[in-house]
Design a protein around this ligand. Structure first.
Ligand SMILES: *Cc1c(COP(=O)(O)O)cnc(C)c1O
Length: 344
């Protein structure tokens, strides 16, 4: 057993997955009496089960991301992949995981659901990567480390060489969440999964690709880990509608929207920095800005009264006094700034 296999829960290592009705079939049948589906397409034509391997969509994602399909997992949002890594690697009530703090809330919710202890590791000064603290908090029951770059809610991306050094030294699985990588000049480390057997990179079509309502998350990892994820997932985790619509949406590229959002981000950064009640606008590699203000709760209410909802992160460790503001369209950002002008 190699060192990665040794990290996998024994019951998952030996799991025989559910075999779907069409998995076992050979040849090219044209009458399907195997899956107890309705033979009537009805109004929408969704009477058949979807492809559990998502072959067509996965081939498109493979071309888009430049990695073989055996290194790609598609899930019901990246939240599915977060839950899966807990279920694959962490024995409930026994193993633990580490996550940088502040970061994405789902790492700790999924840990709680799976009865896994999550040990937060506070980011250093300027939201820097706390490398030595990470190793200090790890023990022989630590299976996972969650990193997020660019990080939500701080907005900063970490130095790629620093992340890779952590991956090389860390004795467990490193889950690198790149939900916002499309907005960052630092790009993605997904290609590193071909060399690093303990690296799982998460991406999503929910942010830059504008498909949050469709629920498509991506994970990149070694063929061994991807195979485990495919065995543990629900067989039909992406609906037929989701697979078709995602494929359709990928006929266009989001590049122009990304450029506009990055431009607006820099515009908002400057404009927000000029208000007297703004203590600090943190530099962002993502599509949002973390803004430290006087009286965050009051400002949150003022914006809400003006019809704008932002994320109040002021009770999150390391983010006291902070609101997280997503970059909107130019007109939406105008309105935001207008309300802030009259508040000032
Ligand atoms: C938004 C977000 C996700 C995306 O989740 P989906 O389930 O794919 O919509 C993942 N990670 C982080 C850090 C996020 O902010």
């Amino acid at each position: 057993m190699n060192s990665i296999e040794a990290l996998v829960r024994p019951n998952i290592r030996t799991l025989s997955p559910y075999s779907t009705a069409r998995d076992e079939a050979k040849g090219t049948p044209d009458i399907f009496l195997d899956a107890n589906e309705s033979p009537y397409p009805g109004l929408l034509g969704y009477n058949r089960y979807p492809d559990p391997r998502q072959k067509v969509l996965k081939a498109r994602v493979s071309a888009l991301k430049g990695l073989p399909t055996e290194n790609i997992f598609l899930g019901n949002g990246s939240d599915e992949a977060i839950d899966l890594v807990y279920r694959i690697f962490c024995t409930p009530g026994r193993d633990n995981a580490l996550a940088i703090e502040p970061s994405y809330g789902m790492y700790s919710v999924a840990a709680d659901i799976n009865d896994v202890e999550l040990r937060p590791v506070p980011l250093g000064a300027g939201f820097s990567l706390p490398v030595e603290e990470i190793f200090a908090k790890a023990d022989d029951r630590t299976k996972l480390l969650f990193l997020c770059s660019p990080n939500n809610p701080s907005g900063n991306a970490f130095e790629p060489s620093q992340i890779l050094e952590l991956v090389r030294r860390f004795p467990g699985i490193v889950v690198l969440d790149e939900a916002y990588a499309d907005f960052s000049a630092r790009g993605s480390l997904r290609a590193a999964v071909l060399e690093q057997p303990n690296l799982v990179v998460l991406q999503t079509f929910s942010k830059a690709y504008g498909m949050a309502g469709l629920r498509v998350g991506l994970a990149f990892a070694s063929a061994y880990i991807i195979d485990l994820m495919n065995r543990v997932k629900y067989p039909y985790n992406l609906s037929q509608a989701t697979q078709e619509l995602a494929l359709k949406a990928l006929e266009t590229t989001p590049e122009a929207n990304i450029r506009e959002i990055v431009f607006q981000r820099e515009r908002l950064f400057k404009a927000l920095s000029s208000f007297s009640f703004v203590r600090k606008v943190y530099p962002s590699d993502a599509n949002f800005l973390l803004v430290k203000v006087d009286k965050a709760d009051d400002l949150y209410e003022v914006l809400l009264q003006g019809g704008i909802i932002v994320r109040n992160r002021s009770r999150v460790p390391g983010c006291s006094g902070c609101l997280r503001i997503t970059v909107g369209t130019p007109a939406e950002n105008d309105r935001l700034l207008q309300i802030l002008q009259s508040y000032a």
